[in-house]
Design a protein around this ligand. Structure first.
Ligand SMILES: NC(=O)c1ccc[n+]([C@@H]2O[C@H](COP(=O)([O-])OP(=O)(O)OC[C@H]3O[C@@H](n4cnc5c(N)ncnc54)[C@H](OP(=O)(O)O)[C@@H]3O)[C@@H](O)[C@H]2O)c1
Length: 435
């Protein structure tokens, strides 16, 4: 039997403790699958006294994750601390520089420093595996990097944040407000005490930036992603979407266009009959559209100790199975030095259908005025309906456009706002084609 693979785990929280437990409980199966044992030899966390629900006797304890990363007694450094700077970044860099393989679930770190870390890994000929960083337990990185070799990706999109999908699902199913859903999500542990990062789309953007880099071979550009969160989605939007045959999801979309790559995160209308519209609650899903395969949809648990540990353990097992000279290819699918600069397609040139909901004064001429603004901007309408609202001096006007551009829609809505028809902020939601 080959020598054991020695693993050091930094971070023993939700994910780290689950990884340690799974490696212990599945030791015999993993040894058979990998042809060698996988043994946790060292760990690091902040408080030594805390019960982690796993037997750590005989395992060397480090207070400092950087010291663990540099230790000569490990072959793989597993980073499960989190954060894009501080100990996580320092320890991962130290491990790579010391020639250790690294496994991480840290999307924030990769979104910010992924290319530099990939260069460090490739320079040393070690693996930097990060399956758990995007969509938790769903093996999307492996699928894109390995199983889809030879495919040219045209679009990748998905539901990448369980908190947002949980809130939108409950708003639709129970007719309750965003604020009420958020409070419940926090009570049940599906949302953080400070949920901004999730609900404003930043977490989705981190994951999307990694997928886009693999899909289109550009350097990670998380800061250039167009971002809109879900906090201004109302029951009026959800009900109007349902009436029109759509469901609202927070999607991250990366798409190749003639002028570059669009990367955008925003509430999106998807047809109710599409597969991605059936993804409910905290579940994640990623759709990958390619020239050879067509559209593939992967869905499953995007977070949680066990689901995330499944991806981390898979990454560790890949390292146990790898042999020098026969590895799984470069970190982001191409050598890090060959990743192109990101050529950003401007949001104003985004082409697609739009849902526009306007709350207007119920006066003669308003409806005609809105239709004229649309026509003046060459926007052709699939439907336009008026709905009464509780206050009988107001009306909801709901428009669905055929394919047009973001620039045209913004110009038309600005014009309508200047015309003085509106009693509330206009709502504009993009419609995404989905199979
Ligand atoms: N939770 C999920 O469902 C999930 C899903 C996908 C990806 N991830 C990613 O996985 C990573 C870990 O997430 P998590 O939810 O497991 O976090 P967590 O529960 O907060 O655990 C963080 C761990 O890091 C340790 N730690 C913090 N600062 C440290 C330091 N300076 N030195 C040593 N140890 C330190 C903590 O030690 P103490 O326990 O002693 O305080 C704790 O064990 C993050 O990058 C996250 O984005 C999480």
């Amino acid at each position: 039997m080959a020598e054991a693979l020695r693993v050091g785990i930094a971070g023993l929280g939700t994910v780290g403790a689950s990884v340690a437990r799974v490696l212990a409980e599945k030791a015999a199966d993993l040894t058979r699958q990998c042809g060698r044992p996988i043994v946790v030899t060292a760990v690091a966390a902040r408080s030594r006294g805390k019960d982690r629900g796993v037997d750590l006797s005989g395992v060397t304890w480090f207070d400092d994750p950087v010291a663990l990363a540099k230790s000569a007694d490990i072959d793989v450094f597993v980073e499960l601390i989190g954060g894009d700077e501080g100990p996580a970044r320092q320890a991962v860099k130290a491990a790579l520089d010391a020639g250790r393989h690294v496994v991480t679930a840290n999307k924030a770190l990769l979104a910010k420093h992924g290319v530099a870390l990939a260069e460090a890994a490739e320079k040393k000929g070690v693996l930097l595996n990060y399956e758990a960083a995007v969509a938790g337990g769903i093996p999307v990185i492996k699928t894109m990097r390995e199983a889809m070799a030879g495919n040219a990706v045209t679009r990748v999109f998905g539901i990448l944040n369980g908190t947002c999908n949980y809130i939108l699902t409950r708003m639709e199913a129970e007719g309750i407000s965003f604020d009420e859903c958020l409070k419940d999500a926090q009570r049940l542990g599906y949302a953080e005490a400070d949920p901004t990062f999730d609900i404003e789309g930043n977490d989705t953007a981190h994951k999307l930036s990694i997928l886009s880099s693999i899909a289109f071979g550009h350097r990670i550009a998380a800061d250039d992603i167009y971002l809109e969160g879900i906090s201004n989605i109302s029951q009026a939007d959800i009900r109007a979407a349902a009436d029109l045959g759509y469901r609202i999801k927070l999607l991250g979309v990366a798409q190749k266009t003639e002028s570059g790559v669009e990367q955008r995160v925003h509430p999106t209308m998807v047809p109710t009959a599409s597969v991605i519209a059936q993804v409910h609650g905290v579940t994640n899903a990623v759709a990958i559209e390619t020239d050879i395969l067509g559209e593939l949809l992967l869905s499953g648990p995007g977070a949680g100790g066990n689901a995330t540990a499944s991806a981390v353990v898979g990454d560790i097992a890949d390292i146990a199975k790898s042999r020098p000279g026969f590895q799984h290819g470069p970190v982001f699918g191409r050598p890090a030095k060959e990743l192109k600069p990101y050529k950003q397609a401007k949001m104003r040139s985004h082409a697609g259908g739009y849902f526009i909901r306007l709350t207007v004064h119920d006066k003669i001429g308003v409806f005609a005025g809105i239709a004229k603004r649309m026509a003046d901007n060459d926007i052709s309408l699939e439907s336009i309906v008026q709905r009464a609202v509780a206050d009988d001096r107001q009306k909801n006007v709901i428009l669905v456009t055929h394919e047009t551009t973001e620039a045209a829609v913004r110009k038309a809505v600005d014009g309508i706002t200047r015309d003085g028809y509106l009693v509330d902020k206009p709502q504009v939601i993009r419609i995404e084609r989905a199979g």
